[in-house]
Design a protein around this ligand. Structure first.
Ligand SMILES: NC(=O)C1=CN([C@@H]2O[C@H](COP(=O)(O)OP(=O)(O)OC[C@H]3O[C@@H](n4cnc5c(N)ncnc54)[C@H](O)[C@@H]3O)[C@@H](O)[C@H]2O)[C@H](O)CC1
Ligand SMILES: [K+]
Length: 534
């Protein structure tokens, strides 16, 4: 192994701080309670949190792109509890700042703090609606009806209002959690207020970043209110917590940098087993991702017509000899003899390989391969063709590290029993059971490592979700993994970093005006994110 410069991939990436931790509602409630027990008055915490939201709301209302004039009316929907209390503070601040504010709170009783704030609003002369607002009455509604830890459907009249508002396209910003959303699992509890923005208080609740919640949560931002470290330790002590990742976190986990003197073999050797007569393009796209990764030597070993398609596009991709079963050459890959794997740092198997039975003897070298094995697409589907217990046993029997990159259907085929919980919980259960690292693709990709570390991307690019993008990601991740493995510096967090690079590349293209960036464009953009860059 060429001498790679010393490189330290942080064991805890990103920092397990308030900006990154993903928690269950009850964990945040425990943090809050610890603060109250230590003497932080509830009223003070409410004021602190709600003032932070008020400042942010006014910033946004004042910005040109918000399209608001100062005379725009804001209606604040106030609930019976402290979510309502937060909303009442926001109403007060907007009123004092000159905004036209009205409030609506259809509850006979409120928690004392909230009742006090409502009483003060009345003294300030802020009108309180006796009936529910009609959509369009007020450019903006602030939803502070219900917040942290919701578990039951909205009461009838409020559910009706939520439906009407949604039909009318009413602009709504949510305090902490959209009312009607279960913030543990991210599932709407029946009718739900669809927010364009959600100001999440303190720590990210896991439910807010689940695919099922995205349409309801809208633009998610966290509002900090200074949770002390000792209170955070309460949740951190419970074991590794998932962390939310944004593209800004790429800078704190740079890729291992190849030694300047390394030859092509010293910079990561990757073998691609991808493509078929039916899907030759998948091999080209996987090669595009691998090429963009900067890996030193990429070899494809497939049926000649597929290999030719790749080398026509990437003449520097080496062409290995595939000892395939002649009768099936035109069909899915079924090989008699795998090429020698040991000379590679990583092997990617799967993109576009087409379905075919799992051939145990052919897969045996893969199990014994001590380098990084990346399984994607039909590589996963073929493994899934065995009974689940065998697939998990096969994966557990792997002699080297394994990364898999399924989308949800491939995951369900491979791990049908891991169907409980949110995607991060499911990926984590499978990762632990099979001793692998799972990248579960979706609108917010989740990555779970066998050692318990978990990451959830907080950003996604829906317009980039197109056929073939997964092939690029698999090739790119495998290429970067080959480089890290060549350096003896492979870390499972690098699969999450690869996913982040992939989203970053697609987002950059969208920001530059490419409304639907194609997979080759994303691969091309990935090329510009060299391992040296953050
Ligand atoms: N995160 C923090 O540290 C802080 C959070 N704050 C705000 O407090 C709320 C949580 O307040 P809480 O009073 O516990 O809950 P709610 O306000 O959501 O609800 C209170 C009340 O409503 C009942 N309820 C809930 N769901 C329903 C429903 N679907 N139908 C009928 N009734 C319902 C529930 O049983 C309660 O009795 C948090 O979101 C933040 O906004 C603090 O202000 C500051 C610190
Ligand atoms: K709310």
């Amino acid at each position: 192994m060429d001498h790679w410069p010393a490189h330290h991939w942080p064991a805890q990436w990103p920092a397990a701080d308030a900006a990154h931790l993903l928690v269950y509602p009850r964990q945040l409630q425990a943090v809050e309670q610890a603060m109250f027990n230590a003497g932080m008055p509830q009223a003070a915490l409410m004021e602190k949190a709600a003032l932070a939201i008020s400042r942010r709301v006014q910033e946004l209302l004042g910005t040109a792109d918000a399209g608001w004039g100062r005379n725009r009316a804001v209606v604040v929907l106030i609930g019976p509890g402290h979510n309502g209390g937060d909303g009442a503070v926001v109403a007060r601040e907007l009123h004092v700042a000159g905004w036209e504010v009205t409030v609506w709170s259809p509850f006979a009783r409120h928690k004392p703090l909230t009742a006090d704030h409502l009483q003060y609003l009345e003294k300030l002369g802020v009108p309180r609606l006796s009936e529910a607002p009609t959509p369009g009455q007020g450019q903006l509604w602030i939803d502070s009806l219900f917040g942290l830890g919701q578990s039951r459907p909205l009461p009838g009249p409020i559910a009706d209002l939520a439906r009407e508002a949604r039909l009318a396209g009413q602009c709504i910003w949510a305090v902490d959690v959209p009312s009607g959303l279960d913030d543990r699992h991210g599932q709407p509890l029946g009718a739900c207020f669809h927010s364009r923005r959600t100001f999440c208080l303190g720590l990210y609740k896991r439910g807010l970043v689940q695919a099922t919640a995205l349409a309801v949560v809208g633009q998610l931002e966290r509002v900090d209110f200074g949770i002390p470290n000792w209170a955070l330790d309460l949740v951190r002590e419970q074991g590794p917590l998932p962390c939310g990742l944004t593209t800004g976190d790429r800078a704190t986990a740079p890729w291992p940098v190849p030694p300047s003197a390394a030859d092509k073999y010293g910079r990561g050797r990757l073998l691609l087993l991808a493509g078929s007569q039916r899907y030759p393009g998948a091999a080209v796209l996987a090669a595009a991702g691998a090429d963009a990764s900067g890996a030193g030597a990429v070899t494809i070993c497939m049926a000649p017509e597929v290999a030719r398609r790749v080398s026509d596009r990437y003449p520097h991709v080496l062409n290995g000899t595939a000892d395939l079963s002649p009768p099936l050459q035109s069909g899915p890959l079924v090989w008699r003899q795998l090429p020698e794997l040991g000379r590679h740092d990583a092997v990617l198997l799967g993109p576009g390989m087409d379905v075919a039975p799992f051939v145990a003897h052919a897969w045996e070298p893969l199990q014994k391969f001590t380098g990084l094995l990346v399984l994607d697409a039909d590589g996963l589907n073929r493994l899934a063709a065995t009974p689940e217990g065998e697939a998990v046993a096969w994966l557990r029997g792997r002699r080297g590290p394994t990364w898999i990159t399924p989308h949800i259907r491939e995951f369900d085929r491979l791990f049908p029993t891991y169907c409980h919980g949110d995607r991060l919980e499911r990926a984590a259960a499978a990762a632990r059971a099979a001793g692998i690292t799972v990248l579960l693709k979706g609108p917010r990709t989740a990555v779970a490592a066998a050692d318990g570390r978990c990451w959830q991307l907080l950003e996604g690019v829906p317009t980039a979700a197109r056929a073939g993008l997964g092939d690029v990601l698999a090739g790119f991740a495998a290429g970067r993994g080959a480089m890290a493995a060549a350096a003896g510096q492979l870390d499972h967090g690098q699969l999450a970093r690869a996913a982040l690079d992939h989203v970053h590349a697609a987002r950059q293209l969208v920001r530059e005006g490419w409304t639907h960036p194609s997979p080759p464009m994303v691969a091309e953009r990935l090329r510009h994110q060299g391992p040296q860059k953050g």
